[in-house]
Design a protein. Sequence first.
Lengths: 328, 284
Amino acid sequence: MNKNAHLLASTLYKDVPMAATRDGYGIGVVEAGTEDERVVVLCADLTESTRSQQFSNAFPKRFIEMGVAEQNMAVVATGLALNGKIPFIATYAVFSPGRNWDQIRISACYNNVHIIFIGAHAGISVGPDGATHQAMEDIALTRTLPHMTVLVPCDSEEARKAVHAAKDAKGPVYIRLGRNATPKITSEKTPFTIGKAQIFKEGNDVAIIGAGPIIHSALVAARTLAEQGISCRVINMPSIKPIDADTIEQAARDCKAVVTVEEHQIMGGVGSAIAEVIAQTYPVPMEFIGMHNSFGESGTPEELLKKYRMDAPAIEEAVRKVFKRKKT
Amino acid sequence: MQKLTTREDLERMANTIRKDIISMLLTAGSGHSAGPLDLADIATALYFNVLNTSPKQKTDPDRDRLHISCGHTAPVWYATLARAGYFPVEELKTLRKLGTRLQGHVDRLTTPGIESSAASLGQGLGIACGAAYAGVIDGKTYQTYALLSDGEHDEGSIWEAVAFAGNYKLAHLTAIIDRNNIQIDGPTETVMRKESLKEKYEAFGWHVIEIDGHNMSEIIGACNEAKAIVEQPVCIIAHTIAGKGVDFMEYQYQWHGNPPNKDQAREALKQLRSLDNKIVPSDL
């Protein structure tokens, strides 16, 4: 493990402490609202589920219930942002940016206003609600928009930090969150800067780069692979846009093989963003962990991550495959 | 802003703006004719009488805001803003040209005086709702206006915003609908029934005023009435004639998205010049 990342020692324990990234947002947005009275929160009838409830209790005058109207939520936020407010708009990622992408494109991004889009319940690990509620396209939808910043925290603490960084950023920001409790990886001391990736584990045979709670599976896979003689560099890349091209290029140069990991469609997502950098700087063999052009379905998160090949064993297999493809 | 307080002065300014629109569209070679022409009276009334705003107040937190939802009516707003001193009238010639500050659809980042960018229909009312809500949070009393087309009422998102404003009783919000009865594919009631707009808005908790959108006294009177209503948002349904002022464009939906050619522009300018002679001294 990279000491400079200040990861929690407990993250590779069998009974690893867990918390959902949405919980980190809930804590962070109350902190942000306490520090800065420009912060307002809008929610489309999912206040408790998106963890906006505590903010609405603490600052009722700065909380706006929108009803089930995600399109209007994005444009009302634009009007608020044009008038000095910093709106966080929270609902499930399938609805925002899913349903209101046009409003995000024109009202938020073309106007270049500072709105933070909270996309909750992203990824297949939403579980039993099934494919309709599992956002697997949101990173692609947001990262193609000019002015947009895209953040994908790996754990609750990083989500809390992402909220603060997004509040202090400029222009529209998308933060992707998960529903379920997932392993705590980072500590208060772990650095977080928009545009920067962090090396969680050093290694020189294969680089595993990705974002979101799946990074924990990458760490688990790396530990198993180390026992088999393959040394992996695990890079957590919470800032999908802007992207840390230098860290990615260095990983390609040092390891000469890359596996990307995400709970999202392969097309247009984190792996695509990494491939864009690698293809233009130092092309090396790559494998992609993520959703292969399919919808999800109902099931437990563990069952779904296993079936759709987004768990630690799938990452191990991808590493072994790309390791074989390396030019020696 | 030079405030115009007589009906005669306002009508002369509106006619000047109509002539600007024709000249701009001819030079641009593309753009929308009907909506901008029929909005000239409302735009003039707003920028030369109603709005508490000016080129010097662009960032004044207490200024009135106008959010244009139908971004394709850009020519009338550009001509009005230029005549109100936001940028040189000379610049109107650059409409839709590479490098211009006057984009094909309104763009707040390039054009001085434009409060929000728009084009994809059905978004401006929600933006105005947000602006008005910010005023509520801050205890401000500025007035927020949204300028909507009738055609964009096909968009569901408009009705989300109508519900929001009614629910939160946004009293400092005024929506003005350009009820010109045309949209790209034909008459509005043929393409998709809109009526009864009045009853629909009222059902959502709005106060509705219907006016002749070419009558300066009625436009300004309705805006004043709207300011005086303090318990609910106000919708002004302004009945207008598409392409107003140019006889071969009036009432014709085919002129929604097309510019005049050289001969048509010459004829249009001739008709508009002759209208100047028909404006008589009168008060509001």
